[in-house]
Structure formats: structure tokens, C-alpha cells
Design a protein around this ligand. Structure first.
Ligand SMILES: Nc1ncnc2c1ncn2[C@@H]1O[C@H](COP(=O)(O)OP(=O)(O)OP(=O)(O)O)[C@@H](O)[C@H]1O
Ligand SMILES: [Mg+2]
Length: 251
């Protein structure tokens, strides 16, 4: 069995990162949240309701899933069509779709590629397109499986900014990543997985301060935290926090 004994509740509006080495069960876990996989025992509740009786399409209205490899999500001939697909499927009014698509293309900075074939986009643009094609339907919960893998510094930063903005609009975000910078910039809670089980669940600070748990998952503390601890400046996770801690001290 890929995962077992999982007990996880995620509150509305929470931004949670699921971390663990390759094959630890992260993708398998989130596929249960959007109904792509069914638990052999136990249940998944969404807004308090068991998703067992619901179709994948019904769940998809509430839970958007941006896959690990954006190539797997792309099938339309233009960027605009790609982003229009979800809302059309949900029978949104055509005028409203147009407006919403324009809005999302602007938000993800893809306007200039409206008529471009998605396959000719760069890796970073494809990641943004995959995100755009999901958030256009306005799901309450957004699952992002490795949204920054293979992106350069600038694209990572633009993805971080997009995710922060979505988070600040009150959406629930479940993030799978190996990118410690991304985690420390957006997540408030971190779950560590190993061999299909959750071995640690706590706030960003709690989890990253637990070196034993991190060691078990072969994760490294974010650089700002390492520096902060080495300088006895406390457990400051982000570069901003560390700078603030130093400034405070000097005041
Ligand atoms: N349908 C399946 N049937 C049997 N085993 C599976 C199935 N899907 C995944 N697995 C196995 O379950 C384990 C967890 O896989 P999963 O894809 O959830 O890992 P992951 O944590 O997302 O890894 P990565 O970081 O590499 O994406 C792996 O050993 C995988 O081979
Ligand atoms: Mg995975």
C-alpha cells in the first residue's frame, strides 16, 4: 500500500506544504483529496461531506489540482482555449468565460500568448498556464504538485508571488514541493511524509526546527533558518524575518 494510517484535517484558508522524499506518498495522498484515488479504508471529507458519493467532476469544482507535469494537463490548440476549457465544462455563461479568462491571463502574465499553441510555451509559462487553467474555475481548494520544479529563479519568484496572492484571497492551498524557499515563503503549516505515513505535522517553525524529523526525510533547513540559528538569532525561517530580527536587535 502506498500510504496508510493518514489522519489529516486541513482548515479552510490554510496553506499547507507536504514534504518528503521521492516515493514517500505525497502525490498519492493528494490524489485522495480530489477523488482521483479512493481509500481502501477510511474516508475523505470535503466541507464535512464524504466525497465517496461524488463524481470526479463534482469534486473538481471544489478542488483544483495542478499536476506535477504541466504537459499532462495541456490538450487545447491555444492558450485561450486551454484556459476556457474548465469553465465551459462547468457550463459558465460564454460572456462570463471570456471576461474571466482575460482576467486570469492577465493575472498569470500570459496575455501575449493568448493565441499561442500551449506546447510552444517555455517551461515556466507552461506551469503558469497549468495554474491558470485551474484557478479560472475558482476552486475553493487548490492542490499544487511541485509547481516550481525546473523553473529558474525569476520564474520561481513569479510563481511564489502568484501563490501568495491566491492564498491571500482566502483559498485553501495544498502544496507539494522540494523547494524549501517556496515553502518558507508561502506555507504556514508543514506536513512531513515518510514511507506512506505522516511523521510530523506542525507550523512552519515547529517542523523546520525539528532537525531529527527533517533528517528522517532527508530535508535541509532553509538557508535563512540555518543562518539564524547559527547566529543565535532564533528560528527565523524567511530571509525577511532574519533581517527584521537583526534590525530589531540593533534598535
Ligand atoms: N497506482 C499505484 N499502485 C501501486 N503503487 C503505486 C501507485 N501509485 C504510486 N505507487 C507507489 O507509491 C509510492 C508513493 O508514490 P507517490 O507518487 O505518491 O510519491 P511522491 O511522494 O509523490 O514522490 P515524488 O516526490 O517522486 O513525486 C511509490 O513507491 C509509488 O511507486
Ligand atoms: Mg509526486
Amino acid at each position: 500500500m502506498a500510504i496508510s494510517g493518514i489522519d489529516l484535517s486541513i482548515r479552510e484558508g490554510e496553506c499547507i506544504a507536504i514534504l518528503g522524499e521521492n516515493g514517500s506518498g505525497k502525490t498519492t495522498l493528494v490524489k485522495h483529496i480530489n477523488g482521483l484515488l479512493k481509500p481502501s479504508s477510511g474516508s475523505v471529507l470535503l466541507s464535512g461531506e464524504d466525497i465517496k458519493g461524488k463524481t470526479i467532476a463534482e469534486i473538481a469544482r471544489k478542488v483544483g489540482f495542478v499536476f506535477q507535469n504541466p504537459d499532462h494537463m495541456i490538450f487545447a490548440d491555444t492558450v485561450e482555449e486551454e484556459v476556457s476549457f474548465g469553465p465551459r465544462n462547468f457550463a459558465m455563461d460564454p460572456e462570463k468565460i471570456k471576461e474571466k479568462v482575460s482576467q486570469i491571463l492577465a493575472f498569470t502574465r500570459l496575455e501575449q500568448y493568448r493565441d499561442t499553441h500551449p506546447m510552444s510555451l517555455s517551461g515556466g509559462e507552461k506551469q503558469r498556464l497549468a495554474l491558470a487553467s485551474i484557478i479560472v474555475s475558482d476552486p475553493e481548494v487548490l492542490i499544487l504538485d511541485e509547481p516550481t520544479t525546473g523553473l529558474d529563479f525569476k520564474s520561481v519568484n513569479s510563481m511564489i508571488a502568484l501563490i501568495r496572492e491566491i492564498r491571500d484571497r482566502g483559498k485553501t492551498i495544498i502544496l507539494i514541493t522540494h523547494d524549501m524557499g517556496l515553502v518558507s515563503h508561502v506555507a504556514e503549516r508543514v506536513v512531513l511524509m515518510k514511507d506512506g505515513a505522516i511523521i510530523k505535522d506542525g507550523t512552519l517553525k515547529e517542523v523546520f526546527s525539528d532537525e531529527d524529523a527533517l533528517g528522517l526525510t532527508f530535508l535541509e533547513q532553509p538557508y535563512a533558518l540555518k543562518l539564524s540559528l547559527a547566529w543565535n538569532r532564533g528560528a527565523n525561517i524567511t530571509p525577511d524575518e532574519l533581517v527584521n530580527a537583526i534590525l530589531e536587535e540593533e534598535r
